[in-house]
Ligand binder design. Structure first.
Ligand code: 6PG
Length: 248
């Protein structure tokens, strides 16, 4: 395993995290547009993602920026219908796609209303239609946004998984016992997250000091620690203070 570069930025608040991430994202989209390249991005759910969306819409107002080259995928989705309040798609549609007038053919929704196995298979097929890759390899996304759970989870990869699940090579897979409700989800597996050109972790919220601290340890056992070990570089924007000593 080569040297792992962790680009860690501490910010004072979730709003600052969302603002900085939004500006960096819009810069990346502009660069892709100038290069005549698409941007294949996977979104997470959660509270910090809501703020990211709002900041992205607000910051885009002052730019003449086309989103036509951006293809939207998900890092994870809950196994609920698209109109459900728990749907990550619904949150993105309301807070990002509608305000930015994103074309439907750029939105690659994971079909949470289907059986988890079917949804995982069709999500992988959809991703492979847009981002080609040899059958035995993960498609390479340009950017994946992740949030950090209080237990160190990312997407819907949780600490409670048995080791053989960690080595599961599936691009997308079904989760049936998520400790974070709702229990059934679809998630990118570790290989697809490892393969992405960029992964930006927006780690925000109370009660996550231990999760972040543990994840930054070379032998950390959290899902995020596993992601960090699998990748050459990962960007972290966080308002979580690591100054306080970890209580036992
Ligand atoms: C989900 C998310 C999940 C989230 C983290 C952080 O669908 O639930 O993808 O992985 O990113 O749980 O969520 P908060 O930002 O709300 O703490």
């Amino acid at each position: 395993m080569g040297v792992k570069k962790i680009d860690l930025t501490f910010l004072p608040s979730p709003d600052e995290i969302a603002l900085i991430a939004a500006v960096m994202w819009l810069d990346a989209i502009e660069a892709a547009n100038r290069a005549g390249q698409a941007q294949h991005v996977a979104l997470s759910g959660g509270r910090i993602t809501q703020k990211l969306f709002a900041a992205t819409v607000a910051q885009s107002r002052s730019r003449k920026l086309s989103f036509a080259g951006v293809h939207f995928f998900w890092a994870d989705e809950r196994c609920v219908p698209p109109e459900d309040s728990e749907s990550n798609f619904r949150m993105a549609r309301e807070l990002l796609f509608a305000p930015l007038n994103i074309a439907p053919d750029r939105i690659h929704r994971i079909r949470g209303e289907d059986s988890p196995e079917t949804a995982a298979q069709s999500a992988e097929a959809d991703l492979r239609r847009v981002v080609s890759a040899p059958p035995a390899e993960s498609p390479v996304l340009d950017l994946i946004f992740l949030g950090l759970g209080e237990d160190g989870h990312v997407a819907s990869l949780f600490p409670s998984e048995p080791d053989e699940r960690v080595s599961d090579q599936a691009v997308y897979r079904a989760v049936f016992n998520s400790p974070k409700p709702p229990p059934r989800r679809i998630t990118l597996g570790y290989p697809a997250i490892a393969a992405a050109r960029q992964v930006w972790m927006l780690a925000s919220g109370a009660g996550k000091e231990r999760a972040l601290h543990e994840s930054l340890q070379p032998d950390g056992q959290t899902p995020f620690a596993r992601v960090l070990r699998l990748r050459a570089q990962t960007k972290i924007l966080t308002d979580i203070s690591l100054d306080r000593p970890m209580t036992a």
